[in-house]
Design a protein around this ligand. Structure first.
Ligand code: SF4
Ligand code: SF4
Ligand code: SF4
Length: 321
């Protein structure tokens, strides 16, 4: 792990409320509600690098997330979608492991070469042992991407969504009013509204655990280190080395998704090593920040307002006394 985990008992214990006299206590009670707290010291941005090639689909990450965050089970039903019965991310499932079955025997080795080098791809390609059989499962543990410029944060009218000191995108449930603007803005379909409290919820990147020096629960539980947590620069370097390693053993289609900004989207602080097209994993090939295309909407709205005002004034003036 890039960030070593501290045992809680080893951490220095601060005293939140040093003893004060009666007058000082009264003064603090009057002033404290209006006082701004001290900014936390700056730390390097942290996030996730998820190496999908070593995910075994055990769903320990999903369970650990539910357990740590005390999220309710969604349902117990047989979806018929591979062996994945938790289906999707939601307000009560902040992690979801996708099972992508590829058993059609026509898997292209190079996803974006127009099929020029298409040939059946097997699990043998991933291990460097050559094609053993023309089928495979792709497993990917999906989560909020903690976008560097997050459209959900831009869209939130109440300021409930913020970037915390770790550069993670965090929803403050006590400020969210459940308007769902963030849901429409997210190009990854991450956020939904809870059927229990009507508010938007998603992965917090275990802010509470990070504050206590602990690794996020999902990364801690992953037995194969598919989910790696740490400073973004370090993770990016690690992902690139892994891509080179995979390509060196013949997995030509390995690449990192989301580690760099594109023309219409920022970099992601939770990025993925993939071996097939993004769409195969249910990810947009070119995510778009709706914010970039809203200047025209604002201009049209302002123009419509001005025209309405002009028409109103004209009607009043022409009507006379
Ligand atoms: S993935 Fe969606 S919910 Fe997560 S930070 Fe980005 S826009 Fe927001
Ligand atoms: S970081 Fe925490 S909240 Fe986010 S998916 Fe992992 S366990 Fe859940
Ligand atoms: S815990 Fe790790 S190996 Fe298991 S499903 Fe999650 S990411 Fe995959």
């Amino acid at each position: 792990m890039a960030v070593s985990e501290l045992e809680v008992v080893d951490r220095p214990q601060g005293d939140d409320h040093p003893p004060r006299g009666a007058a000082s206590t009264l003064l603090h009670r009057l002033v404290d509600p209006f006082a701004r707290g001290e900014l936390p010291p700056p730390v390097p941005p942290v996030g996730f690098y998820t190496d999908t090639t070593v995910c075994i689909g055990c769903k320990a990450c999903e369970v650990a997330c539910k357990q740590w965050n005390q999220l309710p089970a969604d349902d117990f039903r047989w979806t018929g979608n591979s062996y994945d019965n938790t289906e999707t991310l939601s307000a009560s499932s902040w992690r979801h492991v996708k099972f992508v079955e590829q058993f059609d025997g026509s898997l292209p080795l190079q996803p974006d070469d127009g099929g020029a080098t298409a040939r059946p791809l097997s699990i043998g390609d991933l291990t460097g042992g050559g094609p053993a059989h023309a089928s495979r499962w792709l497993m990917m543990s999906d989560v909020c991407k903690h976008c560097v410029a997050a459209p959900c944060q831009h869209a939130c009218p109440t300021g409930a969504i913020l970037y915390n000191e770790y550069a993670n995108v965090y929803i403050q449930p006590d400020i969210c009013n459940g308007c769902a603007y963030c849901i429409a803005a997210c190009p990854f379909g991450v956020i939904t509204r809870s059927t229990i409290d009507g508010l938007a919820h998603k992965c917090t990147l275990c802010y509470d655990r990070q504050r206590d020096g602990l690794v996020p629960a999902c990364a801690k539980a992953c037995p194969t280190a598919s989910i790696q947590f740490g400073p973004i620069d370090e993770l990016r370097e690690r992902a690139r080395k892994r891509v080179a390693e995979l390509q060196g053993v013949g997995v030509a289609g390995a690449y990192v998704y989301g580690d760099e900004p594109t023309e219409h989207y920022s970099a992601l602080n939770s990025f993925y090593l993939l071996v097939d097209r993004p769409a195969v994993y249910g990810l947009p090939a070119s995510p778009v920040n709706p914010w970039l295309f809203m200047v025209g909407d604002y201009a049209r709205t302002a123009l419509a307002g001005l025209l309405t005002l002009a028409a109103f004034l004209a009607a009043v003036l022409l009507a006379g006394p």
